[in-house]
Design a protein around this ligand. Sequence first.
Ligand code: UDP
Length: 157
Amino acid sequence: IARTSQLHASLTQTTFIAVKPDGVNRRLVGKIIQRFEEKGFQLVAMKMIQPPRELVEEHYAEHKGKGFYNGLVDYLCGGPVVAMQWKGKGVIARSRAMMGATKDAAPGTIRGDFSIEVGRNLVHGSDCAEAAEREIKLWFGEDKINYEDACEKWIYE
Ligand code: UDP
């Protein structure tokens, strides 16, 4: 039975978050997922994959030609990635804030608390709605599970 969501549909976003291979190898997958769960966001898709080079090249197409590009692609292809879709109000901007800045992320953020180098910064998150849509399609196609958020009324007013 479909239930009408209390939350206005236009406020509900879905974003693409990935734990990069350093996060998997450093056993930080659980901690990173826990941050988003504790915030109140809803996990709607997740898979662990060894990404093919072409997928990573397309994912980071905007950086092609930059000095760090080849190293970046090697880094993402260097081990398994945990790819996820997270849903919630303002999740795109809020998850970026939780991850921390690309460089010199502040303490209290995922990158700030667990990483030192920009090229080993543990986590990816879409930076805008267009990127989220593109990245979800690229990594998941249509795969996601829409299920009732049983504690929605305790998270949203
Ligand atoms: N990166 C890097 N060197 C740089 C800038 C970026 O190795 O000087 C890597 C880093 O892993 C970053 C990714 O490239 O997460 C993508 O860069 P972007 O500017 O899109 O940062 P993000 O959106 O991940 O914060």
